[in-house]
Design a protein around this ligand. Structure first.
Ligand SMILES: NC(=O)c1ccc[n+]([C@@H]2O[C@H](COP(=O)([O-])OP(=O)(O)OC[C@H]3O[C@@H](n4cnc5c(N)ncnc54)[C@H](OP(=O)(O)O)[C@@H]3O)[C@@H](O)[C@H]2O)c1
Length: 286
């Protein structure tokens, strides 16, 4: 038994699909918390288990005898879940994992897809893995505590890798679809705030590289192009031949954001398939 992906939503499923093509011989277990997803996931895995990661017996069954555990969790349903929802999903799952470690002697690697939102607002400056994170919200505090819990599980016999992902885009979460509702509307500020993105194909590819390369520690998984909201929105609306947004001026409500460096990702040998938002697409994508 080799690998279990706990939480098989947008990203977990993309990882499973890449593995199916690139590592057909890998013994792969996927989990879901809902029986309704069995039909769509069953062909992607050797085993598909019903598992709520906060339930010790279910998580143990999903991870027993596995060498690698990948956690691609996020609160189900409402993406604007409150901080308690975050605590329940992330902290309770990782506390549960911690309690099970004595029963998981084969587990050599834990990979968690966290969020670059832990950097908080850097007033538009660059940040990298050495930058002190800033938990500016309760959600951010939960994510940082999750990272801390997981980091403590690492040691000479078990590597822990935390991938800090930028916002995901890709099939099913296309930027143009998400931004077209802004056409012709007024927005506060001047759109100078930076956002950071990564294509789901690269997020999944970096995760597989982390697995293959036995990465440990924190690695930012972002593309090469931190982009001001104004450029992002204007470019998208222009491409779709829609009315532009009217920026009303004044300070940005969400601060000036941050620009996230991906030097470590590259130093570890990962080559981005989508380095920019609009171009640079490689052929033969899944
Ligand atoms: N999406 C983004 O833009 C973004 C940005 C930065 C970081 N990330 C990180 O990337 C990860 C995955 O994001 P995503 O967009 O793929 O999320 P997603 O599509 O919402 O999928 C998350 C999956 O987690 C599973 N899950 C929820 N609670 C669980 C529990 N208690 N036990 C086991 N599984 C549980 C659910 O699977 P079932 O429904 O099958 O039960 C859900 O489909 C998250 O950790 C997130 O922090 C995402």
């Amino acid at each position: 038994m080799e690998l279990t992906i706990v939480g098989c939503g947008y990203l977990g499923e993309a990882v499973a699909r890449q593995l199916q093509t690139r590592r057909p011989a890998l013994n792969l277990t996927l989990t879901t918390t809902v029986t309704e997803r069995h039909a769509e996931l069953t062909d992607l895995a050797d085993q598909l288990l019903l598992c709520d990661a906060t339930e010790p017996a279910q998580l143990l069954a999903a991870l027993q005898h596995r060498r690698t555990a990948v956690f691609c969790l996020a609160p189900r349903g409402n993406r604007r879940v409150n901080a308690d929802g975050y605590r329940q999903t992330f902290l309770e799952s990782f506390r549960c994992l911690r309690s099970l470690l004595p029963d998981l002697p084969h587990l050599r690697q834990i990979i968690y897809t966290g969020s670059s939102s832990v950097y908080g607002d850097a007033d538009g400056d660059w940040v990298d893995e050495s930058t002190a994170p800033a938990a500016e919200t309760e959600h951010g505090a939960v994510l940082l505590e999750s990272e801390r819990l997981l980091t403590e599980m690492g040691g000479c016999k078990r590597r822990v890798c935390i991938l800090r992902l930028a916002a995901l885009h890709g099939p099913g979460r296309e930027l143009d679809d998400r931004l077209k509702g802004l056409a012709g509307r007024e927005r506060t500020g001047d759109g100078r705030s930076f956002s950071n993105w990564v294509h789901v194909h690269d997020a999944a590819g970096a995760l597989i590289a982390a697995m293959d390369g036995a990465w440990s520690g924190i690695v930012n998984v972002v593309n090469d192009e931190p982009i001001r909201m104004r450029n992002l929105v204007d470019r998208s609306l222009e491409r779709q031949q829609l009315e532009p947004v009217h920026w009303s001026g004044g300070p940005e409500t969400s601060g000036n954001g941050r620009r996230i460096r991906n030097n470590r990702l590259k130093a570890l040998g990962y080559r981005l398939q989508y380095p920019m938002l609009d171009g640079g697409r490689a052929e033969c994508l899944l």
